[in-house]
Design a protein around this ligand. Sequence first.
Ligand SMILES: Nc1ncnc2c1ncn2[C@@H]1O[C@H](COP(=O)(O)OP(=O)(O)O)[C@@H](O)[C@H]1O
Ligand SMILES: [Mg+2]
Length: 213
Amino acid sequence: MRSIMVLNSKGGSGKSTIATNLASYYASKGKKVLLVDMDPQGSSRDWLAARPSGRSSIAGVDGSSGSFRVPRSADYVIYDTPAAAHGKDLAALLRRPQSIIIPVLPSPIDMRAATPFIQKVLENSRIARKEARVALIANRCREHYNIYHQLDAYLRKVRKAPFISVLRETQNYVRAAERGLGIFELAPYSVRRDVDQWDPIIRWLNSKRSQPV
Ligand SMILES: Nc1ncnc2c1ncn2[C@@H]1O[C@H](COP(=O)(O)OP(=O)(O)O)[C@@H](O)[C@H]1O
Ligand SMILES: [Mg+2]
């Protein structure tokens, strides 16, 4: 069983978008997926409720109370998490996954806000011992906006966590989410570039680099 958590202390960075798209990706590959929504706001639960019955099925669990069961039969357990996880709450969250994806918005303000959070995650004892692995994704990147210079400077600060992909800002994510789908389930010609941007994420998740040492 693979367990993957999408995490950032900030709301609106794309946690639910990335969690639901991962769920849709693995489900559409025939995997048994459990989507655990730990956020009381319930965006992932809403997404699952909107999912058409004809699509590959995804099991959902309300994990917002912190007590729930993960059936052993799942191939992939994907955790969507609430914003503002700090201290004890953060340590409790970090006990669950093998792999952690932190989406960051590529604006100077958001990157600065994310830095202490990322440091805190990296200092967690499980992460320091590589019992769980962390990667960063830049999300909602505007194409006309040259983020690479900024990302570069940022990367130097958070060198211990690899930056694995850049996802562009596109209504494809919004349109898919409204229908309870992932971009992988939209018409291929309209999402080719987005699917390409997910390639390194899936490769990281399939590799040993994302798994406990
Ligand atoms: N790459 C993207 N392109 C366009 N809109 C996006 C993208 N990622 C997220 N969004 C939108 O931004 C909003 C916040 O994203 P969400 O995944 O709910 O963040 P979080 O779960 O971290 O609060 C949502 O309306 C979502 O549809
Ligand atoms: Mg969310």
